[in-house]
Design a binder for this molecule. Structure first.
Ligand code: ADP
Length: 618
């Protein structure tokens, strides 16, 4: 049999750039390269373990699955070896010479410009782990033999510049051996005590034994299977840091275990940062599925609903068969039970954080409110639980505070039947809306919806604590408050004026009415019924240009000085051009406020005419 000769390959161009970033700018904390290599070795062992347990031809009495770290001081060599699944030639080319995750490079470029302290956390998150070894090595050799029957071994060599080579090699047994020829100035990584410290610091939860120069390093067993009473805050934080390759503590965690009706253990974490908020990438699901401490599915899409993709952790159940397929995971009744139970507990946990530690919850809210809202729209079964996690700014919450729906309901005065809300760009803009006048007067609280998604969310929610949601701008809220105008003569004139307005406005609006809710403003545009708000309609129009904004109701305040003046002008001369200008402008002003004025030129010309008229009088 002839052996294959050395062949040279170019790195994918992105890999070249990545190497530059890694070696010259990104990581100051070089020791993490070892964590990355150990974690790759552990992944390879995990996959091997899985094959051993599910492939009938393989013996579980196989050699011990392990990672070995050794040094050759004479040759400046650090060696990390595993007897995991190994790699074929094609796998070496596909896995090591290319970056799997598209967008990784852009993201890393961005990160490399951000403060040093945030940088190191991102290694490993985007499949760049292996390359970090070039921070300390001037040359790397990978000798690997795939576990597949009769596979030859291959030697992969690179100096970390633009190319690598592959040739057939000699290697006893399956697995991967990585030899780092260290740079002169990185000799510290040949010292055993140093290596041991690094392994203990970053890799002590690795689920396989690690031998350093023949000595077995103590490590911790799967912490999620241990009793809660044996663990403290620090254990959880340490595990999280290991699990997520981060230096950051988790925001909160939840450790669950149950023996009946189904057996499972679960350890879930909510991170302190949202990667979706930081960057452009959508987070991948972060909960891994295990069976008796053996990894079955990393980042399972089927164990957590998509909107909770930011949650990290593990669900382990001995009731899950090792060789379960994706389809079976989705339809397995037991898994479904576990999923429902874990989800319920997680949402309850978040609610309890909200009531016990509002400050901590505010950080969760800042990072993941979009996810909870997504959940309300997509997860009917947990809608009610999710609604308890919502926070809003409101007319009673104070400028930088937020309130939840339970607090709102508790504050509702007698007689108030619905939960009122009003949308707008920000708190200030909403507070200026005349629709609020009557609510202030009646002391009814109004939720301020500043996120365009909120109205959509409330629309899906329909009610909270049996109370419906109602837009404060709806014309059909029974808010009759003011005593009727008693001057019957004036009332008749005002009525005539209304008829006049109707003819002037034509089909621009649905209806003109005498307002029973305005106190300080001359008029107000309202929503005819339970249709979408104007903010929502504007979004719809953005999506579909042909969308017609629905016609609204104009309410007039007959006691306002401007309206009184117009009523009397109308009485004197209903055909006056100046009156018509005022009337048209009255409506345009409202449209302007709502951002739905289409013919701005006509409006400006009219305002100028009104200005001219008024300067004539002075
Ligand atoms: P990541 O581990 O984040 O995917 P790496 O660049 O570190 O990124 O590794 C790329 C790929 O190379 C891995 O996903 C894996 O398929 C393969 N690989 C790396 N190290 C090993 C190893 N020791 N044994 C088998 N495969 C490995």
């Amino acid at each position: 049999m002839s052996t294959e000769k050395e062949q040279t390959f170019e790195f994918q161009s992105e890999v070249k750039q990545l190497l530059d970033i890694l070696v010259y700018s990104l990581y100051k904390n070089k020791e993490v390269f070892l964590r990355e290599l150990v974690s790759n070795a552990a992944d390879a062992l995990n996959k091997m373990q899985f094959e051993i347990l599910t492939e009938s031809g393989l013996s579980s009495k196989d050699e011990e699955l392990k990672i070995t770290v050794s040094v050759d001081k004479k040759h400046n060599k650090l060696v990390i070896e595993d007897n995991g699944i190994g790699m074929s030639k094609e796998e070496l080319i596909g896995n090591i010479g290319t970056i799997a995750h598209s967008g990784t490079l852009d993201y890393l470029k961005k990160i490399s410009e951000s403060p040093a302290k945030n940088q190191v956390d991102l290694i490993g998150k985007f499949g760049v782990g292996f390359y970090s070894s070039f921070m300390v090595a001037k040359e790397i050799h990978i000798i690997s033999r795939s576990w597949q029957k009769d596979s030859p071994a291959w030697l992969w060599k690179s100096k970390g510049e633009s190319s690598y080579s592959i040739e057939e090699a000699e290697k006893a047994g399956r697995g991967t051996r990585i030899e780092l020829l260290l740079k002169k100035e990185e000799k510290e990584f040949l010292e055993t005590f140093q290596l041991k410290n690094i392994i203990l610091k970053h890799s002590k939860f690795v689920p396989f034994p690690i031998y350093l120069e023949g000595e077995k390093i103590e490590r911790q067993d799967a912490i999620w299977t241990q009793p809660k009473s044996k663990l403290n805050e620090k254990d959880y934080a340490e595990f999280y840091k290991f699990f997520e390759n981060t230096q950051e503590d988790p925001e909160t965690y939840l450790h669950l275990s149950s023996d009946a009706p189904v057996q499972f253990a679960s350890l879930l974490f909510v991170p302190k940062t949202s990667f979706e908020l930081l960057g452009l990438m959508k987070t991948e699901p972060g909960v891994d599925l295990y069976s008796k401490k053996i990894l079955i599915q990393k980042g399972s899409k089927d164990i957590m609903p998509e909107y909770l993709r930011f949650v990290k952790g593990i669900i382990d159940s001995e009731e899950i068969p090792l060789n379960i397929s994706r389809e079976t995971i989705q339809s397995n009744v037991r898994i479904d039970k576990i999923k429902k139970h874990v989800l319920k507990k997680l949402l309850e946990h978040l609610e309890s954080v909200k009531s016990k530690n509002r400050e901590q919850y505010l950080n969760i809210w800042k990072n993941f409110s979009k996810n909870f809202k997504e959940g309300i729209v997509s997860d009917y079964d947990n809608r009610e639980k999710l609604s308890r996690l919502l926070l809003f700014s409101s007319s009673k919450s104070g400028a930088d505070q937020l309130t939840d729906l339970k607090e709102y309901v508790e504050r509702m005065p007698e007689g108030q039947k619905e939960i009122y809300f009003l949308g707008g760009a920000d708190r200030l803009a909403i507070e200026k809306n005349p629709a609020l006048e009557i609510f202030r007067k009646k002391d009814y609280e109004v939720l301020y919806l500043t996120d365009p998604m909120d109205e959509f969310v409330l629309d899906h929610l329909r009610e909270f604590d049996k109370k419906g949601f109602k837009m404060a701008e709806s014309a059909d809220i029974p808010l009759e408050e003011k005593s009727e105008v008693t001057d019957t003569a004036y009332l008749k004139d005002a009525d005539n004026f209304l008829t006049y307005l109707k003819t002037i406005y034509g089909d621009q609006i649905k209806e003109v009415k005498i307002s029973k809710r305005l106190t300080d403003s001359p008029c107000l545009l309202l929503n005819p019924g339970d249709g979408p708000s104007v903010q929502m309609e504007k979004i719809m129009k953005m999506v579909n240009k042909d969308y017609q904004i629905s016609k609204r109701v104009l309410e007039i305040n007959p006691e306002h000085a401007l309206i009184k003046k117009m009523v009397s002008l109308h009485k004197k001369d209903p055909a006056a051009v100046s009156l018509k200008n005022l009337a048209l402008q009255l409506l345009d002003n409202m449209k302007l406020r709502e951002g739905i004025l289409s013919d701005t030129e006509a409006s400006i010309a009219r305002i100028q005419q009104i200005m001219l008229d008024s300067s004539d009088q002075t």
